[in-house]
Write a protein that binds this ligand. Structure first.
Ligand code: MNH
Length: 459
């Protein structure tokens, strides 16, 4: 006997759309998970969507023989820009396999290790800016981390300098992207007839798409006019063939994947860095512990790749930050056949989108205990991380469609945070600030401001 999956009362046509907060949908999903428990479903404009919130259920839907990634909801709107690029391709689309096989090696640990110096070039621009600002200036860390992440991904993978640190405004690409992602999300909950009459909104959407496309085209054209020696990601896309099919990537696919990397490569990493700073500033004893380790390992010399292994507490802080605040908080899979979940308890039809609530699952008391809401890096070290049950920690998604930029993001965050903690005393402008979220495709802190004071002897 199966049990019906709980669902809040729905209205005709819109279904449960009204239940979802427009600014931060994630807050509504969390609330629903608290009300209904491990699983619930919503009807969004006529489509049934199932949400799973516990480690046991997430573990079950992570079985790739039974479930596959599905691009649905806001993400299918993102296809208006990214098409069948790596992140937004449906599993059956052949361009995914071609791009995956060609680009995986370009983001492997070894390739990323070779990006250490260009990455440092960008990070040093952040350090210099904060140093020059001095403690008088109010800093928006989210904006500056966006600059770092955006410039790093474009410089390291396309040898293209965005020079975001030389502008007061964020790069037009980043601004267009943020608006595009919010509107893509909104479109997923808007009836088609309503969408059609929103002329201004639609025109702005098209303009944002054009802003991003033209930059992608410019980067490709510049490279074609001025070829360089370096074998970076862009070179791979332009000149390599897929070993399996013998095919190269089409111009369209190159532009879409280039934009995919610019987008996926900075939204999440900058969110992670800002969340990390939040938790460290709210937990001064953890900050002291981190500082002590950084000082012991680095002293006053620049961090090297070889130091990363020794920064065990920093790694624990990173893991714990991604547990409490995974910037990519949801992913979607779909059962390949009619099936059941939880040992026959819940029936699910083939093709029903299942949203994996990584944010909720990372607070599952069965895995993390009654203090799951607390920031405790100690639970992520000394063998405890390795001893977690399978799939209890999934900030980078899972399996074939897991994050391709994980090694890149990891190295970037290690480099940024070890250098920042080494050089600066940091403080919240408003010590009573508590975390508020801003949601686009990903989630990041909203309205957080800091001051940075250069430590004595670290000029
Ligand atoms: Mn990333 C897929 C999280 C950094 C490029 N990334 C994913 C997924 C998650 C994710 C979760 C799976 C989404 C899904 O199942 O639908 N990514 C992160 C996080 C960080 C991150 C938390 C940083 C912190 N990602 C990066 C960086 C890049 C990148 C940096 C680029 C260099 N990510 C991707 C791409 C995919 C992806 C490309 C899609 C891979 C695929 O489906 O083949």
């Amino acid at each position: 006997m199966t049990t019906p999956i709980p669902q809040p009362p729905a209205v005709p046509f819109l279904g449960n759309v009204g239940t979802i907060d427009k600014e931060v949908p994630l807050d509504s999903f969390s609330l629903l998970a608290k009300t209904y428990g491990e699983v619930f479903q919503l009807n969004l404009l006529g489509q049934q969507i199932v949400f799973v919130a516990t480690r046991d259920l997430v573990n079950e839907v992570s079985d790739e023989k039974r479930f596959q990634k599905r691009v649905a909801g806001g993400l299918s709107q993102v296809r208006n820009l990214l098409g069948d690029g790596l992140f937004t391709a449906q599993p059956e689309e052949p361009n995914w396999g071609i791009a995956h096989r060609l680009l995986m090696p370009a983001f492997g640990t070894l390739a990323v290790k070779n990006m250490m110096e260009p990455m440092r070039d960008i990070v040093s621009q952040l350090l210099l800016k904060w140093e020059r600002f001095g403690s008088e200036t109010i800093i928006d860390p989210s904006d500056d981390f966006t600059r770092v992440a955006f410039d790093a991904i474009s410089f390291c993978s396309m040898s293209y300098r965005m020079n975001s640190f030389y502008n007061a405004d964020l790069p037009p690409f980043a601004v267009a992207m943020a608006d595009f992602l919010i509107e893509s999300g909104n479109r997923a909950t808007r009836p088609r007839v309503v969408q059609a009459v929103m002329r201004g909104t639609n025109a702005k959407y098209e303009m944002d798409i054009e802003t991003m496309r033209s930059l992608a085209q410019k980067i490709v054209a510049t490279r074609k006019e001025h070829p360089i020696e370096k074998h970076d990601l862009l070179d791979t896309m332009l000149n390599s063939r897929d070993p399996q099919t013998g095919q190269g990537m089409t111009e369209e696919s190159i532009a879409q994947n280039l934009m995919t990397f610019l987008i996926a490569g900075h939204e999440t990493s900058s969110g992670m860095l800002t969340f990390m700073l939040y938790y460290l500033l709210k937990n001064p004893e953890k900050m002291r512990k981190l500082r002590a380790q950084v000082d012991e390992v680095l002293g006053d010399r620049p961090v090297q790749y070889e130091d990363f292994d020794k920064l065990t507490y920093l790694v624990a802080v990173m893991r714990e930050t991604l547990r409490l605040c995974p910037p990519a908080a949801l992913r979607t899979v779909m059962p390949l056949e009619d099936t059941t979940l939880a040992g026959g308890k819940y029936a699910i039809r083939k093709g029903t989108p299942i949203r994996v609530m990584i944010w909720e699952m990372h607070r599952d008391p069965k895995v993390w205990g009654v203090d799951a809401e607390q920031f405790k890096p100690e639970r992520m070290m000394d063998g405890k991380f390795e001893a977690l049950p399978p799939n209890a920690w999934q900030p980078f998604g899972y399996g074939l469609r897991g994050c391709i930029g994980r090694a890149f993001a990891w190295q970037e965050v290690l480099l940024v945070m070890s250098s920042v903690v080494q050089k600066f005393d940091l403080a919240l402008v408003d010590p009573s600030y508590t975390l508020q979220l801003k949601q686009t495709l990903t989630v990041k802190p909203k309205g957080m401001y800091i001051r940075a004071t250069l430590r004595r002897g670290r000029e």
